[in-house]
Design a protein around this ligand. Sequence first.
Ligand code: CA
Length: 367
Amino acid sequence: MKRRGLFKKIGATAGAAAAGFAAPAIGQGLMEWRMVTSWPKGLPGLGAGVERLAARIGEMSGGRLTVKVYAAGELVPAFECFGAVASGTAQLGHDASYYHLGKSEGTAFYTAFPFGFTAPEIEAWVKYGEGQKLWDELYAPFGIRAFLAGNTGTQMLGWFKKEVRSVDDLQGLKFRAPGNQGKILQKLGVTPVALPGGEIFPALQSGAIDAAEWIGPYNDLALGFYQVCRYYYSHGYHEPGAALQLMINEAAWRSLPADLQAIVKAAAEAANGDIWAEYNARSGPALRTLVEKHGVIVKGLPEDVLMACGEKSNEVLNEVYEAGDATVKKIVVDFLKFRAEVIPWTRIADQAYVNARRLPFKFGLKS
Ligand code: CA
């Protein structure tokens, strides 16, 4: 018990001292780590997904490493997970990397860059392109490493109180849109607002914002946006495959024996597929509920609006590159290179098939 207490204490500070302890000694101890998250308590999808991720680490390690999950605001505010993991307040953090653009613009590419990667494409880039290597380089100065640990799939553009018929309809809208999407919309006359998920509904209700994006039908239904907004727009070009990250305090990571490191990494990989699968399973039924039960009108953006968003996305990409340090520049260049390589395959594989399924042949049992 003495040892357990000792390692709990080390975990709590997770400073450089933790790295100094030999791995075998730590391997005999029982550790409890804290995982801060950006997700509202009990949020379906992400909230439940991180609970499964934490439980999996405990199960796979036979209880040697257990993880206690903190919802947004329980230990630190929703957008402060990065700092909490960097300082060692928590050994683990789960959120979206692009909440931390203030640390580096490079973080955007590990959630989603507008008109960037789909869910399978970002996983391909991180695991079999240069993505992980550049991510390690990006986070090293902060004493953090991260792995992909969840994906929402393609998101919805968002909720609107009024129809969007042209670019002019965007003028003056106060729109909850984080990160680069905020910058893109600002170029089209929108006032972007950054709010954690749990604060969107009251802001829509009070009129503090006119429009909002969050995730997709599964989570958006749960948060009740349909009660305030009638129009639900697709073409979620801004987050075509939004990835979530598991951040790990570097000193705490180095204090783990190799098998526990492998377990944490494998649990993150499992969460990546697990969370995406849940979104894919639940989004269709949730969309049907929104339309049939709540009378939501689902639309796609007019093509000229989408085109304008694409042009502004490219402007923002170039601004990020110009203003970026050497690491950000490398990430942008590699992102573009991988994107150019993967798109021809996606086009002839997934895209061609999904288009083929739209043909009006009958498909179902005869009776
Ligand atoms: Ca989103």
